[in-house]
Ligand binder design. Structure first.
Ligand code: NAP
Length: 481
């Protein structure tokens, strides 16, 4: 088990705006690691990936069916869930799976904030979502521009108004800098918006050499996990405080929206009735590769060894562990605003939400956390991984082999990947599925699936929390302890 002392790096003063490449070659595995066990774990992840590739091929074939037939077999999920008045943040919502997910949430009426590091890419994504998204429900009022400007948020990206005025905007967030995470949380606090859904999606995969952020931390560990850990804790603490204030003010509906537009109009789902909704759903985007993770547990910052795929896997394991541990903490400290608190046993209350009462059909009735493997998906991340890492590692960089590998990727490989839109449908299950069934779980290919054993180990999770707390300098509030 890792001890807090196992991570020696501390957040350093930002040395430069650029990421710094470490020069010295590091061993691929920690000394003492059993290479056979490591190979077995990686082999399991690759096998799962291979099976999934075949599943993706089948689904891609279905997508080719002619119109009416296709509509019969390829169903869009959760089309009856009305998210008007609900607020969602999607990190890395300007590209790939995050973009497609943001679009699906906006289509259901949510006020979607994409949290992105590059203002130009963010602005383009906002415009593209606004221009191409057909809302499922009549438009709700747009949020007051004043609140965005007052908070210093990136109002320039604005809210788009496409075919049906979806509510989408961007705010700046660079997960490679802890100071940017704090700035984002502070801007969010000033805006006073509720938070119903936080999708921790942004990620990077397998830089060929160990790369550090301006905070001096290995970039995958920080971007994929640590910064999301800090962001989630800060935003949940603020959200709990906001709900507490609303309760004290006697508004009753601690989960009501505060300026994101109405819940007016016809509603086919109880999710638009805010009085019973005091919860936030946290979705951690993990990966099948999380199974390769435990190898470097005592070296979270990859200072003693660096294997790109394994280091990525560790960060994704940490994401899956985070969802499970957050759920344990939610169960220990159910928020008084949530509908579960009418039940004296938070655990059973959480599970009772899967029953068929009016509160239970809301995905936001209680705080809940879910991890998901979104699938092997054709995005910038997978493309650069398969070509870059695959070319270097599988093909040893040999030109003819790399050319053959790339040809395979362009044909069979491409057919084995899901599209971001297909992945977004799976993401909707994690975002909108019943908290009682999904809370603390790990979804893969739309189904609950046993994640790596570490996710079920509260002691290891406590160690992870201790490391994260020390590296970020943030101690979670009692409601999240
Ligand atoms: N694609 C797959 O096969 C696959 C499989 C399993 C899990 N996943 C996970 O799915 C998630 C989304 O990946 P994707 O495939 O959609 O990749 P993608 O298309 O490359 O999108 C990644 C997103 O993360 C953002 N990002 C990267 N570094 C960031 C930083 N420092 N601060 C803020 N945002 C940052 C990117 O922003 P920029 O555009 O500015 O770079 C981009 O918006 C990741 O967590 C990934 O690990 C993907």
């Amino acid at each position: 088990m890792a001890r807090s002392s196992d991570v020696s790096a501390k957040p350093a003063e930002p040395a430069s705006a650029k990421q710094v490449q470490a020069q010295q070659p590091l061993p691929k595995l920690l000394p003492g690691t059993n290479p056979l066990a490591a190979a077995a774990r990686i082999g399991l992840a690759i096998t799962e990936g291979g099976v999934e590739g075949l599943w993706n091929m089948w689904n891609n074939a279905l997508e080719l069916l002619p119109g009416p037939l296709r509509r019969l077999v390829v169903r869009e999920p959760y089309t009856d869930v009305d998210l008007r008045g609900k607020v969602a943040i999607v990190t890395g919502g300007n590209a790939g799976i995050g973009f497609a997910t943001a679009r699906q949430l906006a289509r259901r009426g949510a006020h979607v904030v994409i949290a992105c590091r590059d203002p130009e890419r963010a602005r383009a994504a906002v415009q593209r979502i606004a221009a191409t998204t057909q809302p499922l429900f009549p438009a709700a009022a747009l949020p007051a521009a004043k609140s965005r400007k007052d908070a210093g948020a990136d109002a320039a990206t604005g809210s788009g108004s496409g075919p049906g005025s979806v509510q989408v905007e961007a705010m700046p967030l660079d997960l490679g800098r802890l100071s940017s995470v704090r700035d984002f949380a502070e801007q969010w606090r000033r805006r006073g918006l509720p938070l119903h859904l936080l999708v921790c999606n942004a990620g990077i995969m397998s830089p060929l050499t160990r790369t550090t952020t301006p905070d001096g931390l290995e970039v995958q560990f920080q971007v994929n996990f640590l910064s999301h850990w800090l962001l989630t804790n800060l935003l949940l603490e603020q959200e709990h405080a906001r709900r507490r204030k609303a309760r004290e003010a006697g508004s009753g509906g601690a989960g009501t929206d505060t300026g994101t537009g109405g819940t007016t109009g016809s509603s086919s789902s109880s999710s638009s009735s805010s009085s019973s909704e005091g919860g936030t759903r946290v979705v951690m985007v993990s990966s099948v590769v999380h199974r390769a993770g435990p190898l470097q547990w005592p070296d979270l910052n990859s200072e003693r060894c660096y294997e790109p795929y394994v280091t990525y896997g560790l960060s994704k394991l940490a994401d899956a562990m985070m969802a499970a541990e957050l759920q344990r903490r939610f169960d220990r400290h159910p928020d008084p605003s949530s509908s579960s608190t009418s039940n004296s046993n938070p655990k059973s209350a959480r599970h009772s939400n899967s029953s068929n009462n009016s509160n239970s059909s809301s995905p936001f009735a209680v705080d809940a956390a879910v991890a998901i493997h979104p699938g092997l998906v054709a995005t910038h991340l997978s493309d650069s991984f398969f070509r870059g890492y695959g070319g270097a590692t599988l093909c040893g960089g040999a030109k003819p082999l790399v050319a053959a590998w790339n040809a395979f990727l362009d044909t069979v490989g491409a057919a084995m990947l899901a599209s971001p839109e297909q992945a977004a449908r799976r993401m909707l299950e994690a975002c909108l599925g019943p908290a009682g069934r999904l809370g603390g779980g790990y979804l893969a290919l739309g189904m609950l699936y046993p994640a790596a054993a570490d996710t079920r180990d509260p002691a290891k999770a406590s160690e992870l929390w201790a490391v994260a707390s020390r590296l970020t300098g943030h101690t979670p509030a009692p409601s999240l302890s």
